[in-house]
Design a protein around this ligand. Structure first.
Ligand code: NAD
Length: 514
């Protein structure tokens, strides 16, 4: 299959044309008089379609409409909102194949990864339905006679969602399915590199809502990051900005939102490591490391970027891993046997090559890869070889997230040393240990162990599932999404005290008799 064939199959079904409006404010903004961007497929460099970008006037209309819709939407009882969200999930089920294929041609993911991304949206819609009956508040014992205290959770308004290119729709759904059940409407600024997926997703989701007779609750603003991102992060009409992207951009967003004392959910870069101990099951460890270092061509926030191997198994494990790297099929991700597709664009290839160069300058030894992969017939695609570099933990480049399939391998002697190496980076998203030894496993999971938001035992750093709170510590930003009590970020907590007596007793024994 090639990009053109897939394009022919899906574009009409997804209601996409050669030129698409990138702004939805209850209706699609006209395409006239607006700048456009072209969405290219990283698979072969071919243009897929054009998308218009928002003007400031468009943005104002979006916010106004998101506020108006919030008035209606927030009045609907939460379980009913949950039921509507489930219908969005059902509509997505109908388009899983087409939308999944669009994710593949616009983002370069394999077909199963593309469909998997849509499945994640469906799963979170189901999760949100259950959640819509569980926005629990506590009842608190009052020290005052005839008083009752409790807390309730209320919707907060239209929220802003800014997303990265590598999960062009799942991350939007992680936020908005829960936020919608919670009673919020949402304004989405997708990555320009995933603009077509965003438009198609928006059409499917709003169609489900409108089909049930409700006003649209999802709004879209495609545009330049520096422009639209600034409008949103400085806009007090958006009480929460959920941002997924790189650490430098996240810092900028955090600063803007903090200046106006708004709220953020920050899901930023990771630098995830796997520790393999002498007690590991080698087959599981090899699969776990290779799969997550290579999948999505290393462009997952949870990609395994560092491998920490015990000295006694170092040579053997590295040799076996290299063997897998040599055999991995790189190329057109629309072909079933291909495991590793392209990087997103030429800039990403440059970053990859630069990181390989820096790693060697800083003392690293190239074991495998480190160069472009030449794929016949796909010369304009952005393919690189998966790369293994022997490194030491103090190299600057090892502490940096390069969004590409580069794995730094390091040696340790004791489990304490392994965790020191593990925690020796500014990021704190995901982590893994491969061991069958209970003491090693428990050390890894103790307060002296992994300092990440996600800690996995005998499974890889990537591959999170809906239900668990997803997010990381340190420079990863501290946000949590898509499970557990992450819903609280999309609502405001109100502590309520009711006096059903005839007096006005005060707490702490304070007297004020008039
Ligand atoms: P990016 O930071 O370049 O872009 C993210 C989003 O921010 C895009 O929509 C972009 O248009 C927008 N943007 C750019 N400049 C902006 C500005 N000045 N103000 C506001 N918004 C601006 O990130 P990317 O390259 O799209 O994505 C890759 C990064 O995302 C990696 O660092 C990866 O680890 C991270 N990521 C994190 C998670 C997580 O859950 N922790 C998930 C996916 C991706």
């Amino acid at each position: 299959m090639d990009v053109n064939e897939v394009k022919k199959e899906i574009m009409e079904k997804l209601e996409l044309g050669e030129l698409n409006s990138g702004v939805f404010y209850g209706e699609w903004a006209p395409v006239e008089g607006r700048d456009t961007l072209t969405s290219y497929s990283p698979i072969d460099g071919s243009p897929i379609a054009k998308v218009t970008m928002a003007t400031k006037e468009d943005y104002e209309k979006v916010i106004k409409k998101a506020q108006e819709s919030f008035e209606v939407w927030s009045d609907i009882p939460a379980p009913k909102r949950g039921w509507i969200v489930r219908e969005i999930g059902n509509e997505l089920r109908k388009y899983k194949r087409e939308l999944g294929r669009l994710v593949s041609i616009e983002g370069g993911k394999t077909l199963t990864e593309g469909e998997g991304e849509v499945q994640e949206m469906i799963d979170i819609a189901d999760f949100a339905l259950g959640l819509s009956r569980q926005f629990y508040g506590l009842t608190i014992a009052s020290e005052r006679e005839h008083h009752r205290m409790y807390e309730q959770w209320l919707p907060i308004g239209p929220i802003g969602v800014i997303t990265s290119f590598n999960f062009p729709c799942a991350v939007w759904a992680w936020n908005t399915m829960i936020a919608s059940a919670a009673g919020d409407t949402s304004v989405w600024k997708p990555s320009s590199k995933g603009a077509l997926v965003a438009i198609a997703t928006m059409k499917i989701a709003n169609r489900a809502v409108e089909g049930l007779g409700y006003p649209p609750i999802f709004f879209l603003v495609v545009g330049r990051g520096r422009e639209v991102g600034e409008w949103m992060s400085t806009d007090t009409r958006l009480p929460l900005i959920s941002f997924t992207g790189s650490i430098p951009t996240g810092k900028r967003i955090a600063e803007n939102v903090a200046k106006r004392l708004g709220r953020t959910i920050l899901e930023l870069g990771g630098n995830n490591a796997a520790i393999v101990t002498p007690k590991a099951d080698t087959t599981t460890a090899l699969k776990g490391v290779a799969f997550r270092a290579l999948a999505t061509a290393g462009q997952r926030c949870t990609t395994t970027r560092r491998l920490i191997l015990h000295e006694s198994i170092y040579d053997d494990f590295l040799a076996k891993l290299k063997n897998i790297y040599e055999k991995v099929s790189i190329g057109n991700p629309l072909e079933k046997e291909v495991l590793m597709g392209p990087l997103i664009d030429e800039k990403a290839v440059e970053n990859y090559l630069n990181a390989v160069k820096l790693a060697q300058e800083q003392g690293g030894k190239l074991i495998y890869g480190g160069e472009r992969a030449k794929i016949s017939g796909f010369e304009n695609g952005h393919y690189v070889k998966p790369t293994i570099i022997e490194a030491n933990p103090d190299m600057e480049i090892v502490k940096t997230e390069t969004f590409a399939p580069i794995l730094y391998v390091m040696k340790y002697r004791t489990i304490e040393e392994a965790l020191e190496i593990h925690n020796n980076v500014p990021q704190g998203l995901s982590s893994a240990i491969f061991t069958t030894d209970l003491q090693e496993e428990e050390y890894f999971l103790s307060h002296r162990g992994s300092d990440c938001g996600i800690a996995n035992v005998n499974t890889s750093t990537a591959g999170a599932e809906i239900g668990g709170a997803f997010g990381g510590e340190k420079e990863t930003g501290g946000g949590r999404e898509s499970g557990s009590d992450a819903w609280k970020a999309y609502m405001r907590r109100q502590t309520v005290t009711i006096n059903y007596g005839k007096d006005l007793p005060l707490a702490q024994g304070v007297k004020f008799d008039i």
